[in-house]
Write a protein that binds this ligand. Structure first.
Ligand SMILES: [Zn+2]
Length: 413
């Protein structure tokens, strides 16, 4: 009994130590080939003496090397022994991420966070610096696009670029080569009848090289599937929401008798679609069963939830250090739905608070993949595709409450 207890204690301690060891190695990157103890300690949020102990151990083992005169550390030759055969072309954080994740699957505390950037008002100018920052931090994200332009004009989204802009197309293609995920926000910024959706999907395939895997309904587009009051089932919420939004029958992408029908195409091409959004950073506490299949909304294979951050300021709020800490402590996961075109970049610079909070998040033990990677991983981990009636009921009320809070906050801004 006693021996078993001590053994388990050593095991946990070993995991904790290897975890910190990997976290230290992950701080080094092409832009930071050498680091001093103070810099390492600052990055990791550890004391100097603890950091020194770990760095010295890693150096003894050959994972770090110390430069004689400056006493700064760089990665040592044994890093290659970790089995990272592709290390040469990848940043260490990316290579270490699955290992860190496996370790924390055992220990608990870690952050898993994916960003979904909807393409509203996005142009190369107003998003590129943010994507460069994400890449520098070893993070990836999912970018939705509109493959075709909107010749009839658009009141709210006319400034957005689409894949018909050569400069934007080149940028988006390059993003995918860099490990970002490119996916679908409908054919274009305003409502599309079936012909345009069909043409848009084919155009996407032709330009990007595959069909999109992920869909998010856009604004008031009539081809949105199961949107408006059809997002939910609670009769009281349906009634209240129906008075605030479009009446039933407005969003008809899932109705075969409508000119906006594309439900069959969605079922064929799209694996994951977004439904309810919330205000909390940790979706594991609200919708632990995501991605889930909902037999009442069958043309979507799997639904996922998101945490809503409309623009840069909402995003910075969401990543408040207190929330980051809670996400990590709970070992949670999050898909943030935002619009990088909205206020993240001014004069070619990323908003300083967004940058500070993202950098803080990147230093935490965690995994910052694309939405598709995160959802694939969640699906692998669980047994059933279904959502319990209780979870769905709680989600709907929580969604309504969070929606009210967000509307109230926006009004006060
Ligand atoms: Zn949108």
């Amino acid at each position: 009994m006693l021996a078993g207890g001590a053994g388990a204690g050593i095991h946990v301690e070993q995991i904790r130590q290897s975890f910190r060891g990997l976290a230290i190695l992950a701080v080094f990157g092409p832009d930071r080939p050498t680091l001093g103890i103070s810099e390492l300690a600052g990055e990791l949020g550890l004391t100097r003496s603890t950091t020194h102990r770990y760095a010295a151990t890693l150096a003894t083992l050959g994972y770090l090397e110390q430069d004689g005169p400056t006493r700064r550390y760089r990665l040592g030759p044994r890093v290659l022994d970790l089995g990272f055969s592709t290390l040469g072309s990848l940043e260490l954080r990316e290579v270490a991420a699955p290992h860190l994740r496996r370790l924390t699957d055992t220990t608990g505390p870690t952050s898993n966070l994916a960003i979904r950037d909807d393409t509203d008002v996005a142009t190369v100018d107003n998003i590129e610096p943010m994507y460069r920052l994400l890449e520098r931090l070893g993070m990836r994200a999912t970018k939705t696009v509109w493959p075709v332009a909107c010749p009839e004009g658009s009141r709210n989204f006319a400034t957005s670029q689409t894949l018909e802009d050569p400069e934007y197309l080149a940028f988006v293609r390059d993003l995918e080569n860099r490990g970002f995920e490119v996916t679908w926000h409908g054919a274009t910024m305003e409502s599309s009848k079936r012909e345009r959706t069909l043409a848009g999907l084919e155009r996407f395939h032709e330009l990007i090289g595959h069909y999109p895997r992920i869909h998010a309904n856009h604004a008031e587009n009539r081809e949105n599937l199961y949107w408006g009051t059809e997002r939910i089932d609670q009769p009281l919420l349906k009634f209240l929401f129906g008075r605030m939004a479009h009446p039933p029958g407005y969003f008809v992408g899932h109705r075969k008798d409508s000119p906006y029908w594309w439900g069959d195409l969605c079922e064929r091409h799209i694996l994951y679609a977004r439904n309810l959004t919330f205000g909390d950073l940790n979706l594991a506490s609200i919708n632990p069963s995501m991605p889930y299949h909902d037999p009442a909304r069958p043309l979507v294979r799997y639904w996922f939830s998101s945490t809503d951050a409309e623009d840069a300021s909402a995003f910075a709020d969401l990543l408040h250090p207190r929330r980051q800490q809670a996400l990590e402590a709970q070992g949670g996961f999050c898909i943030v739905a935002t619009h990088i075109g909205k206020g993240y970049v001014r004069n070619s610079l990323v908003d300083p608070l967004v940058e500070e909070r993202l950098a803080m998040l990147a230093r935490r033990p965690g995994w910052f993949p694309t939405v598709g990677q995160l959802l694939d991983w969640l699906r692998e981990r669980r047994e059933a595709d279904t959502l319990s009636a209780g979870e769905w009921r709680r989600m709907q009320w929580r969604w309504a409450r969070d929606l009210m809070v967000r509307k109230w906050k926006t009004r006060r801004r």
